[in-house]
Ligand binder design. Structure first.
Ligand code: N01
Length: 536
């Protein structure tokens, strides 16, 4: 596809990224009559679902909820085959959406934005790419994703490994056949835990290198039949309304009581019900589960018993039971047969807490007490979350300051949407918004709608720029920090806290007050004439 002629006049909007947020931004902003163009590093749409093709990749939000709500026809016509959709089905869905709304024509693919610089005299952004584009635009919408910049730990000798090397977040499109191979997986977050059972089915031997154990709840995935699909579709409006008012963007609410005020029998019955429902919702069985350590301990004990009941060797179960964070304060993983994998003869758990990795060499991994010979190595080591993708673009604001400099002590936004000193730059599901704590598709829609309305407001009032005031950013940071401090989340060494990246400032990045609450705040800000933003 050839690019449009960028030289005739400034674009209205450059969209960075063609994942779920960038795709909707392209649709919504075009519908508003704006001249929009997007750049995407991948060769196709889908973002996370384009890149994360590792075996077992599956969404942990139910498929009917993890889908666009903006088009009633779209949500009625698409048929999900499973309760929790796997990556190939989600990518087909996103490809379908791109075709149906002609979104691909708005993007240049295989192209990474390298820099964006604001010019105060013309109130425009100059955006340059690694494909040689040099484009002027009134607005920039960063739909760059929260988990899109791979973290590959700098382990001594990493480059010397003689076998195949993969990162779960950038999996080969043609798939990988591990048959007959000795495979090492480093990392036991969602990506590692989801891929282990499938790699174990193929590999001659699988070594799972675990630094910290994580809590995982079985997905309880089931096929969806016509009857179930019809039931959900008949009630879609109500389901969406509940999701949009909820804390996490799906139609499930916690029991408002404390886990400690009900009897043990009632509490365990509630946990059992959530456990069967599957996935991360277990963390929200009772309202105080992630704010009261004693309430949390009851959920942790329940999960521990579940792990022990599956894993045959209790010494291995001991290692698989987390002991360094309250349950739910790192994202609970949604798995299929993860713990069962450790009952296989060809799977070994390598405990890095007792014997850390010392080096990678040509033949494999050397820990403090052994050497593991490997044919293939899988880094399931996560991402430089929430700030990584923005950090690698040279974004320069009004005074020439870079976003990187502005965020040197941690990300500073107002509502996660805008940054002081960076007029007309919008971030979708950025730090300071519910983002990764919510259903990312509904969160992206809410943000993009807000951004589109803001641009409409500017255009209909002859206003050139919108930029959060310094005070609004300070106040919002305090608000986010106050809300996070009232929970157990800051006590975990999670990627929410930036703790997985050496040297990254330690700050709880998402807004934890809930998706519904947050949406109301954004609506209220707009209704009050964009309170906290300077309009010029
Ligand atoms: O990454 P992670 P992820 N040596 O950061 C380990 C979403 N997601 O890709 O905990 C040894 O969670 C690290 O150990 P530790 C979801 O939101 C969703 O799995 O730092 N180990 C950890 O075990 C998720 O939370 C789905 O001690 C090292 C692992 O690598 C987020 O993406 C599926 C190491 C990284 O875990 C990220 O998940 C997949 C080192 N030097 C992802 N460095 C769904 O289900 C890191 N580790 C929708």
């Amino acid at each position: 596809m050839t690019d449009p002629d960028f030289s005739t006049a400034p674009l209205d909007v450059v969209v960075i990224g063609a994942g779920v947020a960038g795709m909707y931004a392209m649709h919504r902003l075009r519908e508003q009559g704006l001249r929009v163009h997007g750049f995407e590093a991948g060769s196709g749409v889908g973002g996370t679902w384009y890149f994360n093709r590792y075996p077992g990749a599956r969404c942990d939000v139910e498929s009917f909820d993890y889908s666009y709500s903006f088009s009633e026809e779209l949500q009625q016509e698409w048929d999900w085959s499973e309760k929790y959709a796997a990556q190939p089905e989600i990518l087909s869905y996103l490809d379908h959406v791109a075709d149906r709304f002609d979104l691909r024509s708005g993007f240049t693919f295989d192209t990474r934005v390298q820099s964006a610089q604001f010019d105060e005299a013309s109130s425009t952004w100059r955006v340059r790419t690694d494909g040689g584009h040099d484009v002027t635009s009134r607005f920039v919408v960063c739909a760059t994703g929260s988990l899109s910049t791979a973290n590959v730990p700098n382990i001594a000798g990493r480059e010397t490994f003689g076998g195949e090397v993969f990162h779960t977040g950038f999996w080969p499109h043609e798939g990988v056949d591990f048959t007959g191979k000795r495979v090492g997986v480093i990392g036991t977050g969602s990506s590692g835990i989801q891929s282990v059972p499938l790699i174990a089915e193929q590999a001659e031997h699988l070594f799972v290198f675990q630094r910290s154990a994580n809590y995982s709840v079985p997905a309880g995935n089931t096929p969806l039949d016509d009857k179930r699909r019809a039931e959900i579709k008949a009630d879609y409006a109500e389901r969406r309304a509940l999701s949009k008012r909820s804390g996490g963007g799906s139609p499930f609410v916690s029991d408002p009581r404390s886990a400690l005020e009900v009897s043990e029998a009632e509490r365990n019955a509630a946990y059992e019900e959530r456990w069967k429902l599957g996935g991360v919702l277990f963390a929200k069985t009772f309202a105080d589960q992630t704010s009261n350590i004693d309430a949390n301990a009851t959920a942790a004990a329940f999960a521990e018993a579940k792990i022990r009941s599956v894993v045959e060797d209790q010494a291995i179960a001991d290692l698989l039971i987390p002991n360094d964070h309250p349950i739910g304060t790192k994202r609970i993983v949604t798995d299929t047969d993860y713990y069962q994998s450790y009952n296989r003869d060809n799977v070994s758990l390598v405990d890095l807490k007792s014997a850390p990795i010392e080096a990678i060499d040509e033949a494999g991994i050397k820990t403090a007490d052994a050497h593991y010979e490997l044919d293939a190595l899988v880094f399931a080591t996560g991402f430089d979350a929430m700030t990584g993708a923005l950090d690698r673009i040279e974004i320069r604001g009004r005074s020439g300051e870079t976003l990187r400099e502005n965020w040197h002590a941690g990300p500073r936004t107002y509502l996660g949407l805008g940054v002081h000193g960076f007029p007309n730059l919008f971030i979708v599901t950025g730090p300071g918004s519910p983002s990764v704590l919510s259903n990312m598709i509904l969160a992206a829609e809410q943000h993009v709608d807000w951004i589109a309305d803001a641009i409409e407001h500017l255009d209909s009032n002859g206003i050139d720029t919108i930029e959060p005031s310094a005070e609004a950013v300070d106040t919002w940071l305090e608000e986010c920090s106050r809300r996070a401090s009232a929970t157990l989340f800051p006590s975990a060494n999670s990627w929410y806290m930036g703790a997985n990246i050496p040297g990254k400032p330690r700050i709880f990045m998402p807004f934890i007050g809930g998706f519904g609450v947050y949406s109301d705040i954004c609506a209220d800000v707009a209704a009050a004439g964009y309170r906290g933003f300077e309009l010029n």
